[in-house]
Write a protein that binds this ligand. Structure first.
Ligand code: TRP
Length: 332
């Protein structure tokens, strides 16, 4: 079976963007590939090194969201990056063969640096660890000699760099040990935030997987609709409805979407009623996931055990690969 590695930074409770954009995709992939899914707490540390109070809990929150959503530890290996220290060791070896200008021209890193610099109170310096972000990511991927890396479009440049580093390693050490991992673009529905912008934790426009039905309903009521529509019985323009109708297309059946469209265009459906129904629809979709999440919240020891088992399993494989790598390089 072909192997897949993918990770998410430990950012705490995940939102519907994560669910629809990444997790939903993983749910299928875990049946078709040998999957290694991990929580990237070192990557989180590259920017949050001075705010570590929530770090442990953030890892657990991500794990609970994954498990509740149906990522299955019987099918996929689920682990925590920092619990597999072999990754850090591989990162050292890769850092030796990675030319400095390769990381300097990494577009995602450039964007991150720009955001960091624009944030008040953030040191305008990029730390050494953040510079190594893409090399660490290469170590994540190469640690398990992955064939594919399911990622969003924003991460493709990183996977390309991983391929460059892989080729360089194989070249320098005259080997074909490492596979060139291919990015596998997520087939996903992009969901925007409640305000029409990209959904994001820090933009205050997200719906969390773990939000209660009440909170979700309330948030959905705040979603932007057709801005030109003033009165309830004015004819609406679903295609100009910036958020609510887009959500219908994601969460409603074809018939439902058509009904919403017709009623809106005829002025037979007010935005408030429409969003009340939409909220209920979203809650229906996540009811079971949320119920499972509550179980894990009440049993954190179960979650910790799953992570410990997954990390031990990943570590065993990482040790095999690292032994081979050291051998190839000619280390003591
Ligand atoms: N950089 C990724 C992100 O921000 C997370 C990540 C870290 C990752 N290591 C990885 C993804 C390895 C895929 C493979 O989303």
């Amino acid at each position: 079976m072909q192997r897949m590695v993918s990770g998410m930074r430990s950012t705490g409770k995940l939102h519907l963007g994560h669910y629809l954009g990444v997790i939903d995709n993983w749910l299928k992939l875990q049946n078709e590939y040998e999957c290694y899914f991990f929580i990237a707490d070192w990557h989180a540390l590259t920017t949050k090194y001075d705010k570590t109070e929530t770090l442990k809990q953030d890892v657990l929150e991500v794990a609970m969201d994954w498990l509740a959503a149906g990522i299955d530890p019987e099918k996929a290996t689920i682990y925590v990056q920092s619990q597999v220290p072999e990754i850090a060791e591989l990162h050292i070896y890769l850092s030796m063969i990675t030319p400095q200008n390769w990381v300097e021209r990494d577009p995602t890193l450039k964007d991150m640096a720009k955001i960091l610099k624009s944030k008040e109170g953030m040191a305008s310096q990029i730390n050494y660890g953040l510079m190594g972000y893409p090399v660490l990511m290469s170590a994540d991927i190469m640690m398990f000699n992955a064939d594919f890396v399911p990622v969003g479009i924003d991460q493709v440049a990183h996977v390309e760099l991983t391929r460059d580093i892989t080729r360089r390693f194989n070249n320098i050490y005259n080997t074909d040990f490492f596979h060139e991992a291919q990015p596998k673009l997520n087939e996903c529905s992009l969901i925007c935030g409640l305000d029409g912008n990209k959904m994001g934790k820090s933009f205050n426009n997200d719906i969390k997987i773990s939000d209660t039905a009440e909170v979700t309903a309330k948030k959905v009521m705040s979603a932007i609709t057709d801005r030109s529509r003033m009165r309830k019985y004015d004819p609406g323009h679903p295609e100009d409805c910036e958020v609510a109708f887009k959500y219908w297309k994601i969460f409603g059946s074809e018939d439902e979407v058509e009904t919403v469209r017709c009623e809106c265009e005829k002025g037979a459906r007010g935005c408030a009623d429409c969003k009340r129904q939409l909220g209920a629809k979203i809650n229906e979709r996540f009811a079971q996931i949320r119920e499972r999440r509550r179980y894990y919240e009440e049993h954190p020891e179960v979650v910790k055990q799953i992570l410990a088992d997954g990390s031990a399993k990943a570590r065993k494989e990482a040790q095999n690969i690292l032994r081979e790598v050291k051998n190839i390089i000619g280390m003591y």
